[in-house]
Design a protein around this ligand. Structure first.
Ligand SMILES: C[S@@+](CC[C@H](N)C(=O)[O-])C[C@H]1O[C@@H](n2cnc3c(N)ncnc32)[C@H](O)[C@@H]1O
Length: 280
């Protein structure tokens, strides 16, 4: 039996949308009813739930945190790719990194980067590749990338760092042999980030609306891209203020091209579309 939109009543949808919002701030308008039904159908079957209401009963039980996590996982859009929105990586390596790395070296601390909605890892590993390339030109600086997401399923994939080779599109073909190993046997057709890259990337579960973040303060770079579009204005406002506080003076926030801080009150300087700087 598969569950269709018609079996998801307005009241049950409202309960699910409320729960998703409370836990993640992902806003599901009434137009998302078909999407929710579609994304949950197979899961309900696998869980042996006879209806959407039976599933909601399960979500209401004490100790349902893991099930609620799975719900958010199924609802969230996790699409990503290596070097997505390439202009951001260009600006970073050509314009911003020389100064940021010099500053980190002078302060004798690693350059600290956070990919705050990392999904399956393509974004934090793209950042790691940019950092590793920078060390080739400017040896002597150290760096760390923190990758986090609300989805534990995505974070497991991020930790593994294994991707279909044909989906790994890099700005320079030389980067593939430099930073990836080819899979053999069962892993034929896959590539994996080399351990010397993976060891720089720390993967942690973070809900962007949890009270405190388990990543360092005084970050140099935060990528928080293609996630704010799912939040309402109040949540965006709150998030942007918190990311400002998490950055070092002179640090940079990157948001997706479809997102901007337009219409939000904030203290950032605008550098480029989607690129903002915390003033020194
Ligand atoms: C479309 S992906 C963006 C991936 C990457 N940043 C990019 O631009 O390619 C959005 C990610 O945001 C995550 N997400 C949604 N709500 C979140 C929240 N409240 N806290 C942390 N991550 C969240 C989702 O799980 C999903 O992996």
């Amino acid at each position: 039996m598969l569950f269709s939109e018609t079996e998801l009543s307005a009241a049950t949808f409202a309960f699910l949308a409320g729960l998703v919002y409370d836990r993640s701030r992902i806003r599901l308008g009434p137009d998302k009813r078909a999407l929710v039904a579609g994304r949950l159908a197979r899961h309900l079957e696998m869980r042996g739930c006879a209806s959407f209401d039976a599933y909601c009963e399960r979500l209401r039980r004490p100790g349902a945190d893991d099930e609620i996590g799975t719900l958010i996982d199924l609802i969230a859009t996790n699409h990503t790719q290596f070097f997505r929105e390439p202009a951001h990586f260009d600006i970073l390596s050509r314009e911003l990194l020389p100064t940021l790395t010099a500053r980190a070296v002078a302060a004798a601390h690693p350059l600290r980067v956070w990919s705050a909605a990392a999904a399956s890892g393509e974004e934090p590993y793209s950042l790691a590749i940019v950092m590793a390339e920078q060390t080739r030109q400017q040896p002597g600086f150290t760096w760390e990338v923190h990758a986090s997401d609300i989805s534990r399923r995505m974070l497991d994939r991020c930790r593994l760092g294994i991707y279909d080779a044909d989906k790994v599109k890099l700005p320079d073909p030389g980067l593939l042999p430099r930073y990836f190993r080819k899979g053999f046997g069962q892993r034929e057709g896959c590539v994996r980030l080399k351990p010397e890259i993976r060891r720089h990337v720390t993967v942690e579960h973070v809900n962007l609306f949890q009270p405190t973040y388990p990543v360092p303060r005084a970050l140099d770079i935060v990528f928080c891209r293609n996630v704010m579009i799912y939040f309402d204005v109040d949540s965006r406002q709150e998030l942007v203020a918190r990311l400002f506080d998490q950055l070092a003076p002179g640090g940079y926030l990157f948001v997706g091209h479809a997102e901007s801080l337009l219409g939000l009150a904030h203290r950032f300087e605008t550098v480029r579309p989607g690129v903002y700087r915390r003033p020194t």
